[in-house]
Design a binder for this molecule. Structure first.
Ligand code: UT7
Length: 329
């Protein structure tokens, strides 16, 4: 008797996250830059952010998040055959921060590399890992978003320095063979985009091949805002169609956390209930590639997101790059 056809899927086995020890309030920032708690809360929804101190780096935060995700999944580090780490703030220009995480986890041999798509980095990394699992190139992967944006901020520029924070989030993915057409578990669809014409709206003014320096973040916030709402609404529709999912069936939206107003405007545009949107921007601020897995782990840890829930991840950032994924957790 021949069995039903199966397809290979990447299933989310566990989540984890890590934040620096130091939490910084808006009021503390107002002591050194010309801003107020009222302005920051009203325009962004941000109340606090975590800032890395001595000894805390993108790799240390990423390693801690990965350890917690492995523990949640009940998987030993030596079962990992792939680490994909999304970051725009690596510990070193090279080698990849993923290899530092690999060494810190005590994994002797696996594939390990970084992905650079700024705030969309986690979506890009998830897509790469998911593709490798689906094609048989990997069985068990850690996908990490980790950043120390505090180290590329111009702390005298009030239009950017109040918006960002540091942190890391991770998921462990495992291969599973499921019945074709089934939507009972795993990543169901991913859609990614980039439009390099918008470089000057959000960029860092340095780099190894241009200035030979690390550089500082520069952003034309209002224009980024406008593109973000349009692009995110479009890619959310696109990924829902690709997965054959009605927006009404989505249990949770786990968005990139840049600005509370972007989250609200995008949800409104798509007719998504605001209480279905996971919001951590108030506590974490914008942690770039770390923000989606950080928010995801927060909602899994506090019991909001449960096994079997249908989840949409989305992000948009420098490049521009943007993307979305749908998964049954
Ligand atoms: O993660 C990648 C994607 N990034 C984003 O999605 C960020 C998108 N953009 C945004 O979130 C918003 O555009 C910002 C939060 C960056 C800015 O909010 P806005 O409502 O667009 O404000 P604005 O840039 O139009 O500035 C309004 C005023 C200006 O003063 P004038 O020109 O009206 O006198 C700014 O100088 O607010 C002033 N301002 C500030 N005031 C107090 C700018 N930053 C500050 C500040 N404190 N920190």
């Amino acid at each position: 008797m021949s069995g039903a056809a199966t397809v290979r899927r990447a299933v989310i086995a566990g989540t984890g996250s890590a934040l620096p020890a130091r939490c910084v309030t808006n009021a503390e920032l107002a002591e050194t830059v010309d801003t107020t708690d009222e302005w920051i809360v009203e325009r962004t929804g941000i109340r606090t952010r975590y800032i890395a101190g001595d000894g805390e780096t993108t790799a240390t935060l990423a390693t801690e998040a990965a350890r917690r995700a492995l523990a949640a999944a009940g998987i030993a580090p030596d079962a990992i055959d792939l680490i994909v780490l999304a970051t725009a703030t690596p510990d070193q220009t090279f080698p990849a921060t993923a290899t530092k995480v690999q060494a810190a986890l005590g994994i002797d041999d696996c594939v390990a590399f970084d992905v650079q798509a700024v705030c969309s980095g986690f979506l890009y990394a998830l897509s790469v890992a998911e593709s490798m699992i689906r094609s048989g190139g990997a069985r068990t992967a850690i996908v990490i978003g980790a950043e120390t944006f505090s180290r590329i901020l111009d702390w005298e520029d009030r239009t950017t320095c109040v918006l960002f924070g540091d942190g890391a989030g991770a998921v462990v993915l495992t291969a599973a063979d499921v019945a074709e057409g089934s939507d009972t578990q795993g990543i169901l669809a991913v859609r990614l985009h980039a439009d390099g014409r918008h470089n000057e709206l959000l960029y860092v003014d340095g780099g190894p091949s241009t200035t030979g320096t690390v550089g500082k973040l520069r952003m034309k916030g209002q224009e980024v805002f406008r593109h973000a709402v349009t692009n995110l609404a479009a890619v959310l529709r696109e990924v829902s169609t690709a997965a054959g999912v009605e927006t009404g069936a989505i249990d949770w939206v786990v968005p990139h956390q840049a600005n509370r107003r972007i989250l609200d405007a995008t949800a409104r545009k798509l007719g998504l209930a605001p209480e279905r949107v996971v919001v951590t921007v108030d506590r974490h601020a914008n942690t770039s590639a770390a923000s989606v897995p950080l928010a995801f782990d927060a909602a899994v840890s506090d019991g909001r997101i449960r096994r079997g829930d249908l989840i949409v991840f989305e992000a948009m950032g420098g490049g521009f790059t943007w993307g979305a994924a749908i998964a049954r957790y």
